[in-house]
Design a protein around this ligand. Structure first.
Ligand code: PEP
Ligand code: MG
Length: 585
């Protein structure tokens, strides 16, 4: 038995036999050619490219109805790469100068390009190596008349193990039979991760060496919750995970029955449970988990996913799509939260918040960046406002640290509205505008901010890091990242009490809102809305429906007398295990 740790990219547990899908660059012959053969060798390349283009066009056609906009985009990018005259020129020159067959030249050029890209710091660009690999392999297969290994139609259920999944394989993969994914490469925002989440396939990525240490048909456990893969588990481990999986599945079925019921406590307080999304495609999961709306649309993912900035029309299309899908249910779109640990793609360094800054987390990010890049900010606000006619929109500004910043953002919004009116473009004049509370200075001035805000949403991911002075991404200080620190309990209580005094409701959209362990505490602190990854909604709903505000407030009264996070943590854990049968493994 051997355990590998990676990045938990999509939740859930899968147990079964591995299916090794390794697409090495195909083995190819390497030989010298005569000078006069160079042009016919280049013709072979042209023909192979034509066939590769036809193959992609066919993939687009055959899978068209199921393909999402970004997948069509990806195939279009592959078509662009294949029709790039520079690429063809490189091959032609390579053949002429080396006097080697086209397969050798193509392979050298692709390896060189991929090698260079692998060294790039930017995660998005690094992940584009998969596209080059994909395109190169397609042409090579055409040159050698080799059929591509497909995972589009599988005979039985499998746990897919691979080095990297070619993007075009990922979109055409058999989404019913693939029960889990374990991959050497990839991060949380990679194409495979997004796809796995959209199809609810448990996935662990970034496993480095896993695929080289495993054979086809090896017994495997993929734990997407914890980001672990266990090879050849012993009987006790299989029994443990099987029972965990069964409990989860049983609970999932029971929980989904709660979909049509509201999250109402036994003493009648109605709580709203909403979904967090990063891309429009996640809306289906929000609806299928019985959410009351979208509480956080992290709009920056539209910017992070593409190599160039999405223009007004592209943004308008994405925002409208979400609003239309959600119908009357509210959708809170958060304006661009770039910078800090989220960087723009590519090397647009002069305009790239976070790059070259000493303290990017304390630097030029989110609303600070938008207020200095008004053109970009106005384009986004125009797209959001124009989309407002399609549903129940709310706008939210991230990382507000004081009332001046909020006023500035609101002024820009008013200017954009005035322009739209002048141009007779329809939009909803009364879109509520709220802010995230994720900086202590905002938390302590909620009474002031309430004068200009329609609602608040607590961003615990950042609020914890700024309150406790702990970088949320630094594993060395991760032990200090304590959501139940007395400082945070007090601060959250103050935010909610002050907001309520001003007549405003409070939501929470940080990770803490989706962790069932904290549900009772947050309820006791008076939280009105919880916004989380949609998978978590049914379980939080179950807890809320089986308790009362009185019980939750009693827990808070006990906690308020405690002085450390570990003391509070142990107490909360014991209550949650006993009262709600939550098991932490
Ligand atoms: C947060 O800080 O809690 C939050 C929801 O924003 P993000 O995680 O996108 O920074
Ligand atoms: Mg944040």
């Amino acid at each position: 038995m051997k355990t590998f740790s990676g990045i938990s990219a999509s939740p859930g547990i899968a147990i079964g036999k591995s299916y090794l899908h390794i697409e090495e660059l195909t083995k190819f012959p390497s030989y010298a050619i005569e000078k006069h053969q160079a042009s016919s060798e280049y013709q072979r390349f042209r023909l192979a490219v034509e066939r590769a283009i036809a193959e992609i066009e066919q993939l687009k056609e055959s899978a068209f109805k199921e393909l999402r906009a970004d997948e069509v985009n990806m195939l279009d990018t592959h078509l662009l790469m294949l029709s790039d005259p520079d690429f063809a020129e490189k091959i032609e020159k390579g053949i002429r100068e080396s006097l080697l067959n086209v397969e050798s030249v193509l392979s050298t050029i692709m390896q060189d390009l991929i090698g260079k890209l692998k060294l790039v710091k930017d995660e998005y660009l690094r992940e584009r190596t998969a596209d080059f690999h994909d395109v190169g392999k397609r042409v090579l297969n055409q040159l050698l008349h080799v059929q591509r290994k497909s995972i589009a139609q599988l005979e039985s259920d499998i746990l897919l193990v691979c080095k990297d999944l070619m993007p075009s394989d990922a979109i055409s993969m058999d989404k019913i039979k693939v029960k889990g994914i374990a991959m050497d490469a990839g991060g949380k925002t990679s194409h495979t991760a997004i796809l796995a989440r959209a199809f609810e396939i448990p996935a662990v990525l970034g496993l480095n060496e896993l695929s080289s240490q495993i054979q086809n048909g090896t017994m495997l456990i993929i734990d997407g919750n914890k980001g672990k893969v266990i090879l050849e588990p012993d009987d006790a481990t299989i029994a443990f995970y099987t029972s965990l999986q069964k409990t989860h599945q049983k609970r999932e079925v029971q929980l989904l029955r709660l979909n049509d019921l509201s999250a109402e406590t036994k003493d009648g307080k109605l709580i709203k449970l909403l979904g967090n999304i990063e891309i429009p495609e996640e809306v289906d999961a929000v609806l299928s988990h019985g959410a009351d709306g979208v509480g956080l649309f992290r709009s920056e993912f539209l910017f992070l996913r593409s190599a160039s900035l999405p223009n007004e029309e592209e943004q308008f299309e994405a925002y409208s799509r979400v609003l239309k899908a959600m119908g009357k249910l509210p959708v809170t779109i958060r304006t661009l939260d770039i910078g800090g640990d989220k960087l723009f793609r590519g090397a647009r360094a002069e305009n790239n918040p976070g790059v070259g800054e000493k303290n990017p987390i304390l630097g030029w990010r989110a609303i600070r960046f938008c207020l200095s890049q008004t053109e970009l900010f106005c384009t986004q606000l125009r797209a959001i406002l124009r989309a407002s006619v399609y549903g129940n929109l709310k706008i939210m500004f991230p990382l507000i640290s004081g009332i001046q910043e909020l006023k500035q953002a609101l002024e820009i919004l008013e200017q954009v509205k005035a322009d739209l009116r002048k141009q007779r473009k329809p939009f909803n004049e009364d879109v509520p505008v709220g802010i995230m509370i994720e900086v202590p200075s905002a938390a302590l001035t909620v009474d002031i901010l309430a004068k200009k805000s329609a609602f608040f949403s607590i961003g615990t991911n950042d609020l914890i890091q700024y309150t406790l002075a702990v970088d949320r991404g630094n594993e060395h200080v991760a032990y200090l990242y304590e959501p139940l620190h007395p400082a945070l309990i007090r601060l959250t209580k103050r935010i909610i009490d002050d907001a309520h005094k001003a007549g405003l409701s409070v939501s929470m959209c940080g990770e803490m809102a989706g962790d069932p362990l904290y549900a009772l505490v947050l309820l006791g602190l008076g939280l009105d809305e919880f916004s989380m990854s949609s998978f978590g909604i049914p379980e939080v709903k179950r807890i809320i429906r089986s308790t009362s505000i009185t019980e939750a407030e009693e827990v808070i009264a006990t906690i308020m007398d405690m002085s450390t996070a570990s003391e509070i943590g142990a107490f909360v854990k014991s209550v949650m295990e006993e009262r709600f049968e939550i098991n932490y493994y």
